[in-house]
Design a protein. Structure first.
Length: 267
């Protein structure tokens, strides 16, 4: 048998070996996925269903415990926070109900049920709201993540335009216009990210969850009160000192509140 004929025999055998090797690799990966990953999702789904059943049976404490277990394990979704907010609302804890509605909306801005129930809970608790600046009101048509994606897309678009201008034999008016447009959109997106991140509902945005909370002039229970904050009221945490946080308050006020009396919306 010639060497050429021998090579034609060997090649298919090697190819078949590679196919079998890839098939075994896929089987191993599928096995470990089924062994490790699938039970996690199955357990999460089971806990979610169990919490929903507890809620339907008016066992609100058990439902809260189930939803909180999902949150602690990192199983975050708008519906989990929305249901948790409903459970807290039915249990009479308006502060934490508002907190979780806000968390649902932070993950899914256009969640109509969370938006509607948030307003109902605010009315029930008579919660105070922070005043948004006019840029915030207009920039909230999109989330920070959407602005980040937009900034990334137009950045690379602008970079390709610059490369095109460098290697082009003559300047193209269309490329220059596209480069200008990319630059303007990039600047607007960056400003929007900064404004939303540092605004009244940015990363420092928090909800008062304690009862009978008084914002004070100093870090002492005997200090003069600045403002009474009903559960569910909005604050913006500016700094921390021991067991107290200094916060921007509704009505353009500032004061100290106990750190345990408020929770940040962003986890």
């Amino acid at each position: 048998m010639s060497a050429r004929e021998n090579s034609f025999i060997i090649a298919p055998v090697c190819k078949q070996f590679r196919i079998r090797k890839r098939a075994r690799l896929r089987c191993v990966l599928a096995f470990w996925y089924a062994l490790l990953v699938s039970p996690v999702f199955a357990q999460s789904d089971a806990e979610f269903v169990k919490a929903n059943q507890d809620y339907a049976q008016n066992n609100f404490k058990e439902a809260i415990s189930g939803y909180e277990t999902l949150v602690r394990s990192g199983q975050w979704s708008a519906n989990v926070f929305y249901n948790l907010g409903n459970a807290y609302f039915r249990a009479g804890d308006f502060g934490r109900a508002i907190l979780n509605y806000e968390r649902a909306l932070a993950l899914e801005r256009h969640h109509p049920e969370a938006t509607a129930n948030l307003q109902i809970a605010r009315d029930e608790a008579r919660a105070l709201e922070m005043q948004e600046s006019w840029p915030e009101r207009y920039l909230q048509i999109a989330s920070i993540n959407q602005y980040v994606i937009t900034a990334a897309v137009v950045f690379w678009m602008g970079l390709f335009c610059v490369v095109g201008l460098i290697f082009a034999r003559r300047r193209s008016a269309a490329i220059i216009a596209l480069l200008t447009f990319s630059f303007l959109v990039f600047v607007i997106a960056i400003l929007a990210i900064y404004e939303l991140d540092h605004g009244s509902k940015g990363r420092s945005f928090a909800i008062v969850t304690g009862k009978d909370v008084q914002a004070r002039l100093a870090t002492a229970d005997t200090a003069n009160s600045v403002l009474a904050l009903p559960p569910g009221s909005e604050v913006k945490i500016l700094s921390t000192r021991g067991d107290w946080v200094y916060a921007a308050l509704p009505n353009n006020l500032r004061g100290w509140i106990p750190a345990k009396s408020a929770e940040q919306v962003q986890l």
